[in-house]
Structure formats: C-alpha cells, structure tokens
Design a protein. Structure first.
Length: 315
C-alpha cells in the first residue's frame, strides 16, 4: 500500500484504527451463508447464500412465493432460519438482533400504520421506540419529511394519505434512526407510475448519501433503472446473482450485437467478449455482399433475463 503524505493521520500515515475501518467498509454489509427455512415439508428458502456490497442498490427478483420475503424477514431479525447463518451490519440477526436493528431499517411489504396519529406524531412515536432523544425530534422529523417530500403533510392524519404518500412515510419511519442499511420488501407495490418514479429517485438519492438498499420488486423495469446488482430467486433457490450483464455472461449469452445493413435488414449476433465483437465487425466490413450501416451492442433486458433463468415454478 502506498502512503500519501497528505492522507489520514497527523503524520500523513494511515493509522491502525483507520486500516481497520477500511477493512470494515470493504466487507459486504450482508453475508448470508446457507440460509434455509422449512415449514414442515415446505422449504420456503433453500441454502440461500449471498453477499450484498456496501453502498449498493441490490434488487431481489422472483415470482410470488419465491422466498424473497422469507429471506428479508430472516435478515431483518423477524424470523429464525432452520439452518444457515447470516451477518447483517457485522452482527448475527439471530443471536444479536438488537445490534442489527441499530444499523438496519426495514420496510415490510404490508405496512403497519397508526391511523389516529398525524404524520409527525407517527415519526415521533418511532423515534421514541429507537430512543432518539426527545430534543432531537423536531429537527429529525422535519428533515425526514423534507427528504421524502411530505413536509406539507406533517399535521395530516396518516389514514388520509394516498398509497404513495404512505409508502414514503413508511420509508421515513425506517430511517428514523439513520441506519446504514435499508431492507425494502416490495416498496413500489400498488404505486402509480408517477409515484414509482419519485420513489425510485428517492432511493437513488439515499444511495448517494451512503446508504445500502436491499429491495425486492415485481416491477423489473424499475429495478433495472436503479440497481447496481440483482439476484434471481425461485421456489426458495437462488438461481443467479451479480450485475445483469455478468449474469448473462455466466449463462453464455453475455454479449449480443445488432447489425443493420444497407438493405435495411437487421441481424443479431452472439459474441463472447470485446475481442470477439471486434473480430465480428472486421468480418462483416470485409464482406462485400452487404455494407454495415449500424453496429450496436444490445442492452441487457431484465425481464428477458428473468424469463430466461426462471421456469415458472410455484410452491
């Protein structure tokens, strides 16, 4: 490691404490190893193994009953696995749930609200539950409501909010203790297109603030626009994980290029890597039968990837 004279430490050298922090920051914020959950003869989650990098927006996709909510409930300390281990924010969610909850905010697929409370009172209630000092409540509530664009609704009753507003309030509630990690189970379910766009922009802003977001959704186009990585799960089994592009490469279908010829015909070709892609272009250009007028890489489509990997299994 090269030492920058202008870097951390009073003498320009990286201290032991700072090195330890660099190691912590480099570790995945979630590490799941062989997580399994059985209910009698039904295996809801089977040998689930996955690392979630810090600072990522990580999408989990799969059909209903795939095991997404089961995995999220285990990681969020709400469900004990039949077998396997996990570390979330450095702690075991089964053995040290309070430690995990200090650093993790969870937004379930079914939102529980206290409808007789105002929006501000709802957040104050949860701030008290997390033992946030009462003197910090006004600034905390104001900041959270500004972040989720609900500041004009502070005095409105929760049950008078629209579905989209309730989802944003639920997200604010998950952030009341300033967690490093957000686990969001189907947060865009039931939202109209405008509300989904606003919610997506909010999650990207949270990532830019240094938060890690683990999210599940049926709306694959939304995930593709914001996720750095994805995992595909079906019938309790993890089928693939990584960036959409990396997953396609694992399947042997990593790159495809679309070629348009001067006669307006269009063909697609599979290539293994950039060198193969360049070789294909040279071959086509040297072929005098048809001139190439356009040569573009086909963008990865998350819906197509999902259909290619999954088999439509229902538990």
């Amino acid at each position: 490691m090269s030492l920058d004279p202008g870097g951390p430490g009073s003498d320009g050298m990286t201290t032991v404490t700072e090195l330890e922090q660099l190691v912590v920051d480099a570790d995945p914020i979630i590490q799941a190893r062989g997580l399994t959950k059985r209910y009698g003869n039904l295996t809801a989650l089977n040998e689930f193994t996955l690392d979630i990098p810090r600072g990522s927006i990580y999408g989990i996709i799969g059909p209903n009953g795939a095991g997404k909510s089961t995995a999220f409930s285990i990681l969020a300390t709400l469900l004990k696995p039949t077998s396997g281990t996990a570390r979330v924010c450095g702690a075991d969610p089964t053995k040290a749930p309070r430690s995990v909850r200090k650093h993790m905010g969870y937004m379930p697929d079914v939102m529980g609200v206290y409808e007789r409370l105002t929006v501000a009172e709802y957040l104050q209630f949860h701030a008290a539950a997390y033992k946030v000092p009462r003197t910090d409540w006004p600034e905390l509530v104001h900041g959270l409501l500004q972040l989720v664009d609900l500041d004009v609704k502070a005095d409105a009753l929760v049950d008078r909010l629209s579905r989209g507003m309730k989802q944003r309030l639920s997200l604010a509630r998950a952030m009341v203790h300033d967690p490093d990690l957000l686990i969001l189970d189907e947060p865009a379910s039931g939202l109209d297109p405008r509300a989904r766009i606003e919610f997506r922009e909010l999650l990207v802003a949270l990532q830019e603030m240094g938060k890690t977001v683990l999210i599940s959704s049926h709306i694959l186009a939304e995930l593709q626009r914001m996720c750095t990585d994805i995992a595909v799960i079906e019938a309790g089994n993890l089928l693939a994980a990584g960036s959409p592009k990396a997953i396609l490469e694992q399947l042997g279908n990593g790159r495809r290029v679309k070629v348009t010829f001067e006669d307006r015909s269009v063909e697609e070709f599979s290539v293994t890597d950039l060198a193969d892609q360049a070789a294909l272009l040279r071959r086509l250009v040297m072929n005098n039968d048809r001139e190439v007028v356009e040569f573009t890489e086909v963008a990865t489509d998350l819906e197509g990837l999902f259909l290619q990997i999954t088999q439509g299994i229902v538990q």
